[in-house]
Design a protein around this ligand. Structure first.
Ligand SMILES: Cc1cc2nc3c(=O)[nH]c(=O)nc-3n(C[C@H](O)[C@H](O)[C@H](O)COP(=O)(O)OP(=O)(O)OC[C@H]3O[C@@H](n4cnc5c(N)ncnc54)[C@H](O)[C@@H]3O)c2cc1C
Length: 493
């Protein structure tokens, strides 16, 4: 109660958020009415406070959503009240958790309420230890800490539901499938403000697992959880000169895709970035080979790379909890900081590498990151080769996630200070790189990961081009969100 009193008292003079706060905001809305309905643990942040600034700033500063007010619900009933209030006053709203959502469609929110879910973060493990009820505002790192291991995303600072509602890739998908493949039921506030439970008996269950950002605010989800299978993990990080780009990816194909299959417990990622301390002239290729249940990676996966003549190789051993730091995505690493930069990605799913296309995009990336005075020097090219057995164990139509048959998730991440001219340059460059990969893939459609999407792709690229998928999603959208209240994040057409 004390907290809410503070909010109301402190804000009584300015609690009506005025149109002047945002050029395109709605007519004045008296948020005191909303505050009076909320639980004692809820909070409200207004512009001008550090708390507000902190939770409206985002990882990527490109086409960001604009909020006039932030409401932090203390309970799931608070979420109902906020959505109902927003509906009654025709105010847009958007849930937020890890602030790593970066699809440019988010920028279509020009005013309204940010519903910051941080307090809905409890984890209750069932007595049999096989399921857990997980709050909709938990972040990946907190969940991993609470559960020892789970099927979470790989990065520590992102939310858990943000990735999961779009599919959700992670280190354990070789065994168990996507993050969303673990979901058994959702407690969700729908567009009409009703709080309901959606499980396999509902038509919406399918849609929430892959296109879920379109349908509601998940206050909690019940997910399968698993005992820790392997206490130990090994990684070998192998650095190559860019001269070897074709050989490196020919070998990756041979080992893990075309001739062999990556075993369930082996994940490989590679990055390209310009680090003049390693190569003063061009971006380096950094191959991460990660294996569970071992202290050193099986030489079957590493020796062929050694034969290509790398610049250096760094083996390490530890536990599941070290994986994020080893691959540069722990809380302490750059990708978890809000720097003010724009960070658009241009993702494409691929079946295999095309070494000639790899060479072509390497040249584009080299030029972009090393030409004198370039604003893109800090960019990263990401190649994610997760084990796929758990993902591909489910039928293609098992959920709204459309791309189970694809083995690789690839994306340039262009990092630069935002501004109109550079935004346009980055968009052209990123799309050019992706087009090279698309043409080299032999695929008929552009297949992208909605959670990495730039924002100028089509709904068919985000959610699958099959007509039946688009029709099924359109029907769900019409039934559950007919007026498009949840249409800021990669909206279904
Ligand atoms: C550094 C980095 C690492 C990443 N690592 C991974 C990874 O390992 N695996 C992976 O699959 N993806 C990963 N992603 C992509 C990630 O899935 C998306 O960026 C996702 O949108 C992040 O969610 P968030 O909660 O952090 O962001 P937010 O911007 O807070 O949320 C993203 C969207 O989800 C909605 N949302 C959040 N919580 C809820 C909820 N409870 N109910 C309904 N809607 C909700 C928000 O309204 C928003 O539209 C990564 C991205 C980055 C930048």
């Amino acid at each position: 109660m004390a907290q809410l009193k503070w909010v109301v008292a402190a804000l009584s003079a300015c609690f009506t958020v005025a149109a002047s706060l945002s050029p395109s905001s709605a007519p004045n809305v008296n948020y005191t009415e909303l505050a009076q309905q909320l639980s004692s643990s809820a909070s409200i942040y207004l512009p001008g406070s550090d708390a507000f600034d902190d939770v409206v700033s985002r990882w990527s500063n490109l086409s960001v959503p604009v909020a006039n007010i932030v409401v932090v619900p203390g309970t799931k009933e608070d979420v109902v009240k906020i959505v109902t209030f927003a509906n009654e006053h025709s105010v847009p709203f958007l849930a937020a958790n890890g602030f790593h959502g970066s699809v440019t469609t988010l920028g279509k929110m020009t005013h309204g309420i940010e519903i910051y879910l941080s307090q809905l973060s409890t984890v209750e493990i069932a007595q049999d230890g096989k399921t857990a009820k997980i709050g909709g505002g938990i972040r990946a790192k907190n969940l991993t800490d609470a559960l020892t291991t789970e099927v979470t995303g790989a990065c520590e600072c992102v939310g858990y539901l943000g990735p999961g509602l779009g599919g959700g890739h992670g280190w354990l998908q070789g065994h168990h499938g996507l993050v969303s493949d673990q979901y058994l039921s959702f407690n969700i506030v729908l567009a009409n403000g009703s709080l309901t439970t959606i499980d396999e008996t509902s038509d919406l269950f399918w849609g929430l697992k892959g296109a879920g950002h379109n349908f509601g605010i998940v206050t909690s989800v019940t997910s399968k959880v698993y005992d820790v299978q392997y206490p130990n993990y090994a990684i070998e990080t192998i650095f190559f000169s860019g001269d070897k780009v074709e050989e490196v990816y020919e070998l990756a194909n041979e080992l893990w895709i075309t001739n062999g299959t990556s075993p369930e417990g082996v994940n490989n990622w590679s990055y390209w970035y310009f680090d003049p301390t390693i190569d003063p002239e061009k971006p380096v290729i950094v191959m991460y080979i990660i294996q569970e249940g071992r202290d050193t990676v099986d030489p079957v996966h590493t020796a062929p790379f050694h034969q290509l003549g790398p610049i250096m190789s760094q083996p390490k051993s530890g536990t599941y909890r070290d994986l994020a730091a080893w691959t540069g995505i722990s809380l302490a690493d750059g990708p978890c900081q809000k720097t003010g930069n724009a960070n658009p990605r241009f993702p494409i799913y691929l079946k295999a590498y095309n070494p000639q296309s790899q060479k072509q995009i390497y040249e584009l990336f080299r030029e972009a990151t090393t030409s004198p005075g370039t604003p893109f020097a800090g960019s990263l090219f990401m190649f994610e080769g997760y084990a796929m057995q758990g993902v591909q164990a489910l039928a293609d139509d098992a959920s709204a996630f459309a791309y189970r048959a694809n083995n690789l998730l690839v994306a340039p991440l262009l990092v630069y200070p935002p501004g109109e001219a550079l935004n346009a340059e980055a968009r052209a460059l990123g799309n050019r790189m992706r087009q090279v990969l698309f043409e080299g893939s032999g695929q008929a459609t552009l297949n992208t990961y909605v959670n990495y999407a730039y924002g100028d792709e089509t709904p068919a690229a985000w959610y699958g081009g099959d007509a039946w998928r688009q029709e099924r999603l359109a029907a769900l959208k019409k039934k559950y969100d007919p007026t498009g209240r949840f249409s800021f994040y990669a909206p279904i057409a």
